[in-house]
Design a protein around this ligand. Structure first.
Ligand SMILES: [Zn+2]
Length: 380
């Protein structure tokens, strides 16, 4: 079993939204009340007050002076006492800073919903004393929920909840999948799947070109505004004009966009690979030193995010129960013929097709390597 965190946007009606704010207000009030009780008690020489004692006090208060607390679920107050007690105890034991009072302006609006009472239907969720609220996506049904929290980010409402997923649900095939990573393509799999190098696509090349142009513009502008200072040629001042500030903002946004494109591509690729559900995945040990010596290769490796690719394959394999194997660096994945097993003495980087002198087989170099990887450590 493993717990996966899920966050969905809530789409409350305006009436429901009022009730959500009411719960937020109650949670904040009770948290502050608890903190105040603990602090006053501590000042007067008392020890930490256990949370069940404070909860009893709250129940008593609800009967008369704090009867308005009954308008929201009593779990909101219960959890707020608990949260505050945990925070205060951590401070008490020197594990954390002194907890602060929650202010209306600065603290993040949030409250707790009882996990047992959380019910889920098609694109809607039942929040205690608020009712069924629509969600923008489906929350998995027929599973256990842990620690549901409702929060507001300044614009929208969200529900965060832990969802229990069993690993046995995934039925794996008996395929052993080899993956060869490279510069020409991102990944070539022994089942024939090929995933492109996103940096070679038109869209990315265009953005890269725009980025280089902007960078040149900026340095030219800096050069133009350079002021010579007294005391030698090397001392100068670079003034930041409004124009430069604007250009630098554009550059930052372009970097962000490129980063997002590369990151999305990696996630999509690794998802597609593990979704074929092989029982094991074999990759080669990435030879950093060797690859980084080649300047052309090293930049490509950085941009392709080959380490990140491997990290993702590794943790996503774990999630599905796929065994992940790393072939040792002496394994001749590139030099061996995947058809007859003959091993070449030399194979240059420029040979894109593998020609076998022993059996006459001709095969794509990377596909040949991935097939060899898929057989690593198996007795055939
Ligand atoms: Zn051969």
């Amino acid at each position: 079993m493993m717990i996966i965190a899920k966050k969905v946007r809530l789409l409350p009606t305006s009436e429901q939204e009022q009730k959500l704010w009411q719960s937020v207000g109650t949670a904040r009030f009770v948290y502050n009340w608890t903190l105040n009780r603990q602090e006053e008690n501590y000042k007067n020489g008392g020890k930490f007050i256990p949370d069940n004692e404070l909860r009893k006090e709250i129940t008593q208060l609800k009967k008369d002076e704090l009867s308005w607390l009954n308008q929201v679920s009593n779990n909101v107050a219960k959890q707020a006492v608990k949260d505050c007690c945990v925070a205060y105890k951590n401070f008490f034991n020197g594990k954390a800073k002194r907890p602060r009072f929650k202010s209306r302006k600065k603290s993040k609006p949030s409250f707790f919903n009882d996990n047992v009472k959380l019910k889920v239907k098609e694109k809607s969720v039942l929040i205690e004393k608020v009712g069924w609220i629509k969600t923008n996506e489906q929350i998995p049904m027929n599973t256990k929920y842990t620690n549901p929290r409702i929060s507001h980010d300044g614009k929208y409402w969200y529900l965060s909840v832990g969802i229990e997923q069993s690993l046995e649900d995934v039925q794996l095939t008996d395929v052993s999948l080899g993956i060869d990573v490279g510069v020409k393509d991102l990944a070539i799999c022994s089942n024939g799947q090929v995933f492109k190098n996103v940096n070679k696509t038109k869209a990315v090349r265009k953005l890269e070109k725009r980025l280089r142009r902007l960078q040149k513009q900026v340095s030219r502008k800096y050069e133009m505004n350079k002021k010579q200072l007294q005391g030698g040629e090397n001392r100068c001042q670079f003034a930041k004009t409004n124009n430069i500030i604007k250009l630098e903002k554009k550059i930052r946004l372009l970097h962000r966009r490129l980063k997002n494109i590369r990151s999305n591509h990696l996630h999509q690729t690794t998802n597609q690979i593990v979704k074929t559900k092989p029982s094991r995945i074999v990759m080669e040990t990435l030879n950093v030193k060797g690859m980084m010596k080649n300047r052309h290769l090293s930049k490509a490796i950085q941009q392709q995010g080959l380490y990140e690719f491997k990290r993702q394959i590794q943790y996503k394999s774990e999630k599905y129960g796929i065994s992940f194997v790393e072939a040792d660096k002496w394994y001749p994945s590139s030099k061996a013929c995947s058809y007859c097993g003959n091993v070449k003495v030399k194979l240059s980087l420029s040979e894109h097709t593998y020609h076998c002198e022993a059996c006459g087989e001709s095969i794509d170099r990377d596909l040949n390597a991935s097939i060899n990887l898929s057989r690593y450590g198996l007795v055939l």
